[in-house]
Design a protein around this ligand. Sequence first.
Ligand code: ISL
Ligand code: CA
Length: 642
Amino acid sequence: MHFTDRNTLGDVYRHPAGRDIIDKILAQTGAPARLVSNPLVHNLKIKSLERLSFGKIDRQFIETLVDLLNAWPQEVSPTSEPPTRSWWKDEVVYQIYPRSFQDSNGDGIGDLQGIISRLDYLKDLGVGALWMSPIFDSPNDDMGYDIRDYRKIMTEFGTMDDFDELVEQAHARELKVILDLVVNHTSDEHEWFQEALADPSSPYRDYYLLRNGNGSDEPPNNWESFFSGPAWNHYPTQDLWALHLFSSKQMDLNWDNHAVRDEVAKIAQFWVDRGVDGFRLDVINYISKREGLPDGNKLIGEVIGFRGIEHYFYGPHLHSYLLELQKRVFAPNNTFTVGETPGIGLQVGKQITAPHGPDLDLVFSFDHLETPGHTRLDDYRYDLNFLKQYYQAALREYSGQYWMSLFFENHDNPRMISKVNPDPRHREALGKLLGGILLTLRGTPFLFQGQELGMINQNFASIKDLRDVEALNQFAEWTQNMSEDDAFGRLLAGTRDHARTPVQWDATKHGGFGPATPWIEGDDDYLRVNVAVESEDPNSVLNFYRALLHWRHANTDFIYSDVEFLDSEVENYWVYTRGEYLVQMNLGSTPLNLRGGVSSLSLARDAELVQSNLRQEVGPLPIGSFRPYEWRLSRLVSSSRT
Ligand code: ISL
Ligand code: CA
């Protein structure tokens, strides 16, 4: 279908991208999903939005929407066959943030030898693959997400020999190795960018999104950076502007130049040849920008918080550029790929990971990380009932051969326990409950370092304790019209640094991270919560993860079984079956007592408990009663199910 402004909202909703956008607006505004099926809404023409919104939705908005719908494929291929098996569905991936994992040589910075020394720990934990955040040469403006040399190991992390040893040692333990490929942008210190700036006739000029300023001190468009301020750097001596969606030292590459795509393919091949099993592709959905880099819409900018995003969050050539990489490198080498795709919804996610000839194997989408209407830097309590709603809807979509990634934490987000309920009395049960959800839904779980210990947000004392460029830039911006205390208080709710403090190995100084003062320090939580202490405690969060990970590994049928949700309407109760297993939990901080009419209870009556998240000394409760955040996995015995 070719879209114009005479198409209806119903037409838009039938388009995968259109549906994602409408779903997002509905979720953000709290409007019920059935609104779209209301014939009045359904039959509204796109062009009438302008009038109905009193001009808030303007011409430019409508044109952008129509262009986007026309640029993107309109089919989502159906599948009903069962999922094919592959290692990246069998295994749980463990994300390492190398800088904060383990320091082997006492310089306060984690490194590759530190990781090697902990491979036995990871094997014993029961994960099957390691994803390391970037380990390449970098000035660390954004802690390695600004790469200066794609073929060199960051000096602080070690050498190429260390890397080869890591791959060999990991493989010897049957652990896969996944690298972080950051190719939407490079560091401004990358030689391509340096040469592009220095020499107007350099072929590297066309590697980036450089625009001539014609003497003006206005940037080429109104796009805003994710790390505060305009998305353009000015180089007055050359009268040039360069686009950077992230920090002012992360310069966006021009993917429309085939030479850039060649370089990326060669970089990926270089690491595949060194034994790498897969890649996580950083902000990969941002690589294709709309031709002409038009101004961002004001309204969209206000709603999302960054102006310009509609012109690149799934740009016109995304699909073909990803397919090209797939054909050249990933498919021939059987390389696993997971795309980090902020802003992408369920339908487009399905298109990108479609089972026959996918662009990528998996995507990370982020819609479940905040309850609608909230952003990461809001201080609010995350409602787990939303998580339930989200996954129930998502897994209805991702069935058959479709497969999702599952995660609650990474290096860009505060700790999930703290978001849901910071009350220390609930920490252990909640930590295990989250692990129980992550490891029993249908999909590939990604575990972030420290999550298996039940690590929580840190009590940073002042802005001096923070290291992240996002936090520091945000602080500078906010303090222009806010007190330093208020600005710091807001950052404390959601700064990415919460996830970046050293892994808590034991109760010695710096939590066993290393002898020197770490590059970033947390509070003294490590004295009580650490790998050494938790290993000794049969009821610890760590031992819960261990047990469940090993159980999962021994039960591959469970991994591939369908998920079926029951009793969805019961608040605070989440229950589902996976084949012959039943998972039940209380999502609330108060006891849950279910009354009659809850159908899953009769299933539970004929089930045998496999694992729960309660301490062993806690006795059993009646079948319909759950303690705060209680989680149970049982096996359905007898003839109750076929
Ligand atoms: O944390 C965010 C900024 O507000 C997210 O939007 C995040 O920047 C986004 O998910 C992209 O993240 C990835 O690319 C960034 C890097 O800073 C993040 O660490 C990385 O995960 C730029 O490379
Ligand atoms: Ca070190």
